[in-house]
Design a protein around this ligand. Structure first.
Ligand code: AVI
Length: 318
């Protein structure tokens, strides 16, 4: 099951976030609450959609530049993946660079155990040392990984779901965890440019089959299921829009009529056309991404993009 990190699933946290977010003049529900079991399955389905280019483009970049990555970082690395690993991207990287050890890091021990077992079966000789930790803060690596040269891996453009300040904080935290003389391989979705239109981006977040709409609306079903809500899900419409000024795709749930409902023990009202802001997905030009690296203690080393200018894979060092 695909699940990007930056997820904290405690119900009390969810209830408090829903109460606080729906009470604001511009209603908001943080995107980390998308990923219950159904939401994680819907996200996995999104990654296979024809319109959602990031996953297959990043896989293509990893496959096409595996030898370049291996040549840059050298053999015998400890690979530290921030997240519990992807069944396609992680093996591509590990096969290319012949690491000494692999350390997947995830806040969920359950996800970690599942993915570490699958990976160990594929790489019988490789020591796999899972760490259950919140990687948004620095944490201690297993001794065996700390003793080797280290390569951090953060694919999937997950960084894009953070506002720039929080993105810098996370990258600084990676730097503190990985220590000096380490590398970071990170996938970032590109902003529109010469060959990529805003329409391509908007379609990736509003697909023809309605899977992304179901993913967005699942937040309301989740409130009804888990927080005794009576939100009229049918009265909300999914909307994805490119905000050029802020450099991000925004997802919203728009009320199609005047509404009153209960969620997490409180009553709320919305007028037709009002919306709940559910996600930001920041997109970075190559230069902005390099600036992000420098602002967080990393030195840009190499950059690979696809021929259509859709996605970027960065190798940074420190
Ligand atoms: C997890 N994250 C990188 C995805 C993205 O593209 O921002 C989440 C997503 N939201 C809608 N579609 C995919």
């Amino acid at each position: 099951m695909a699940r990007p990190l930056l997820v904290q699933d405690e119900v009390s946290d969810f209830a408090a976030a829903v109460r606080a977010g729906l009470a604001q003049p511009q209603k908001v529900i943080p995107a980390r609450f998308f990923y219950d079991r159904l939401g994680s399955e819907l996200f996995e389905a999104i990654t296979d959609l024809p319109e959602y280019y990031p996953t297959r483009t990043e896989v293509g970049l990893l496959a096409g530049h595996a030898a370049d990555i291996a040549a840059a970082v050298g053999p015998g690395r400890a690979v530290i993946e921030f997240g519990s690993g992807s069944s396609v991207k992680t093996p591509l990287l590990l096969r290319a660079i012949a690491p000494a050890t692999y350390v997947p890091v995830d806040i969920s021990a359950e996800f970690l155990a599942l993915s570490a077992a699958a990976l160990s079966a594929d790489f019988p000789g490789l020591p796999v040392l899972p760490v259950a930790a919140d990687f948004t803060r620095p944490f201690q690596l297993p001794a065996r990984a700390a003793a080797a040269a280290r390569l951090g891996f953060f694919p999937g453009s997950t960084l894009g779901n953070l506002a720039p300040g929080a993105a810098v904080d996370l990258l600084r935290s990676f730097a503190a965890t990985l220590g000096s003389e380490s590398w970071l391989l990170i996938g970032l979705d590109l902003a529109p440019g010469a060959s990529k239109s805003a329409a391509t981006l908007e379609a990736a977040y509003d697909d023809a089959q309605g899977v992304t709409a179901a993913f967005n609306l699942n937040l309301l079903h989740r409130i009804n299921r888990e927080l005794d809500g009576d939100m009229p899900v049918d009265a909300f419409a999914h909307r994805a829009v490119w905000n050029a000024g802020l450099g991000r795709i925004e997802m919203h749930l728009v009320a199609t009529r005047d509404l009153a409902f209960e969620a997490a023990g409180e009553r709320f009202a919305m007028t037709a056309g009002a919306h709940i802001h559910t996600e930001n997905s920041y997109k970075w030009t190559a230069d902005e991404a390099r600036l992000l690296a420098r602002a967080s203690g990393w030195t840009p080393d190499q950059l690979w993009t696809d021929a259509d200018g859709l996605f970027s894979l960065h190798l940074w060092r420190r």
